[in-house]
Design a protein around this ligand. Sequence first.
Ligand code: ZN
Length: 144
Amino acid sequence: MATFRIDHLGIAVRDLQQARLFYELLGMRVGPEEVVEREQARTTMIDVGESRIELLEPLTEESTIGRFLDRRGEGLHHLALHVDDIADVFSEMKAAGMRLVSDELGIGAGGQLYFFVHPSSTGGVLIEICQSADALQNADAVVG
Ligand code: ZN
């Protein structure tokens, strides 16, 4: 039986250095910053129990986050669900005709695999499906 959890909430910000101050003031641990080339974004993760908050700052105006900020301003950008079998979920979504934002799995911050499902297929929320690098190693261990 697959287990699911909210992996993280992605928040688009103009200035990561500025945005992280709020969480630091709360006493939360803000992780190291990482550049995700494919998304042209600088990101950091903040641990919230089993879940996390991801702050995303665009590196370019034309990036996904840059365009989002132009249209909507800062705010909640996506919801990420963690799955144990991302390759299977990806092909099932594709077969079911869900509108996926890209044609293949991407490798994100911390080496996790991910893909996005367009809001038009999910009731208006951009959904990221992801699987952590840890979970992938565990899956390999089970198979091997
Ligand atoms: Zn994310």
